[in-house]
Design a binder for this molecule. Structure first.
Ligand SMILES: [Zn+2]
Length: 152
């Protein structure tokens, strides 16, 4: 499932990337361009814009109601019945794909020392170079997510 989020849904876009979903987000994008990209790349539109969804011939969209980004995430997962995730596969910052780093000494100077010492598996964004590791998922988020998925 691939998404494109409108300008009001930056935090939601980051959570979706966090869970491994290919999610485009541009802080400034016209409705026309958003719809065009969605069509060209077969992406599901996530929007808060009631005006946008009234456009003719628009399908594959979800109008997001909540203000809170966790509630928004819940709405997406619930409505689309998504229960499988692939964390540590997408860059939260740029949506690039992550690759596992085979030799962890490569990241020695790129992460805090305690992280280097305590984690074994690291990933790098193929596009922006950002480094990730297992523990870079905030525990709070994991707990929230478990809560969300329990509410079925
Ligand atoms: Zn990146």
């Amino acid at each position: 499932m691939r998404f494109i989020a409108d300008a009001m849904l930056g935090r939601l876009a980051r959570w979706l990337r966090f869970l491994g979903f290919d999610t485009l987000y541009y802080p400034d994008i016209s409705d026309g361009r958003l719809i065009r990209i969605a069509r060209e790349q077969d992406r599901f539109i996530l929007t808060r814009d009631t005006r946008l969804v009234k456009r003719k011939g628009l399908n594959n969209y979800l109008l997001i109601n909540a203000n809170n980004s966790f509630k928004q995430l819940f709405q997406v997962l619930d409505t689309l019945k998504i229960r499988r995730f692939k964390p540590l596969s997408r860059c939260v910052a740029c949506n690039g794909q992550l690759s596992q780093i085979s030799d962890k000494t490569e990241v020695k100077d790129l992460v805090p020392e305690y992280v280097f010492l305590h984690y074994k598996v690291f990933f790098r964004c193929n596009d922006c170079g950002k480094i990730y590791w297992e523990g870079s998922h905030p525990r709070k988020f994991k707990e929230k997510l478990v809560d969300i998925l329990k509410k079925e």
